[in-house]
Design a protein around this ligand. Structure first.
Ligand SMILES: NC(=O)c1ccc[n+]([C@@H]2O[C@H](COP(=O)([O-])OP(=O)(O)OC[C@H]3O[C@@H](n4cnc5c(N)ncnc54)[C@H](OP(=O)(O)O)[C@@H]3O)[C@@H](O)[C@H]2O)c1
Length: 297
């Protein structure tokens, strides 16, 4: 163990927490661990971790305390029920959660003399500690300055600024994009599945090549959005309005409902009605932002 390395603590030794503790141990950090059910610390203890009997003792042993329980609400409950001041320690929450929960946790911990960073892991245990995991984090700039070199050991770490809510927002937005892609995947394989084509053959031969090509187009589409003018690089809104209506008709004809696609059609329809049919179909983003206020709760 190298005494120059930041002493770290990991609370919560599930798939993510145990992997984080293992990375820290491998990198020579004095590492203390705690888990609600005691059995999960056994393997890490064999690798050199110190097992603390209580969360309070675990926190006391670390300068950087990573919390990896089920969600941010669980992290807040765990930390809230753990007595004692934090005396300049940093809590890095990597459990998934909402920005408002992260901000509230930051305020509560700073009232106890600690610093708070909220993190979102865009990766899986197998990619933690490699550039294939994107770790977005935000919160105390003092904590970031002290611990950036340790946090980067967990992956491709991107600090988003002092607002503790920004990491959760980015995490959730990326996951929203992911579910959009999954929704499209579900719809597509159901449509060809209605004629007994397997999801596997359709995905390999058609969806994957097309999705790969689309990924290269995203930066161009993002530039259309950022310009605020929605110039057409690929396709205008009116064409996509008609195209999506056709896709939905074919889907229904095949006996596959279109609930996943209908909201997008409504968005295209509304933007065309507003007179934006000749703008790029990315104009839909302006429609989303404009109509979001009423549904923020
Ligand atoms: N797995 C992934 O690929 C992945 C990827 C990105 C982000 N994440 C996020 O990382 C977080 C952890 O995920 P995971 O996959 O490691 O989950 P997991 O394997 O199910 O482990 C959950 C851990 O949280 C502990 N825990 C749950 N509720 C608790 C409470 N109220 N008090 C104290 N400890 C509690 C569990 O303790 P016990 O052992 O006592 O049950 C366990 O150690 C989640 O927020 C998840 O969304 C996971």
């Amino acid at each position: 163990m190298n005494d120059n390395r930041t002493p770290v603590t990991v609370l919560g030794l599930g798939r993510i927490g145990a992997t984080i503790a293992e990375i820290f141990l491998r990198n020579g950090h004095p590492t203390t661990v705690w888990n609600r059910s005691a059995d999960k610390g056994t393997r890490l203890a064999e690798l050199g971790a110190r097992r603390a009997p209580t969360p309070a003792e675990a926190i006391a042993a670390g300068r950087l305390v990573v919390v990896a329980v089920a969600d941010t609400g669980g992290a807040a409950a765990l930390l809230g029920s753990t007595p004692g001041g934090l005396d300049g320690r940093t809590i890095l929450n990597v459990a998934t959660g909402r920005p408002d929960e992260a901000r509230a946790l930051g305020v509560a911990l700073s009232g106890r003399g600690g610093y708070f960073l909220d993190g979102g892991i865009l990766g899986v245990p197998q990619t933690l500690g490699t550039p294939d995991t994107l770790l977005v984090y935000s919160g105390s700039p003092i904590a970031q300055a002290e611990h950036a070199d340790t946090i980067v050991e967990l992956g491709n770490a991107k600090y988003l600024g002092a607002d503790a809510g920004l990491a959760g927002l980015h995490d959730m937005a990326v996951l929203a994009g992911m579910y959009g892609m999954f929704g499209g995947f579900f719809q597509a394989v159901a449509m060809v599945g209605s004629e007994n084509f397997t999801a596997g053959e359709f995905t390999d031969s058609f969806l994957v090549p097309w999705f790969r090509a689309l990924l290269d187009m995203l930066p161009v589409l993002a530039a259309e959005v950022d310009s605020g003018k929605f110039p057409v690089n690929y396709s205008d809104l009116a064409v996509n309005q008609a195209g999506l209506a056709n896709i939905r008709t074919v889907s229904r004809t095949q006996g596959v409902p279109t609930d996943l696609l209908d909201p997008l059609q409504r968005l295209f329809d509304a933007e065309v009605e507003r007179g934006n049919g000749s703008a790029s179909f990315t104009r839909a983003v302006a429609g989303l932002i404009g109509s979001g206020a009423a549904s923020r709760n």
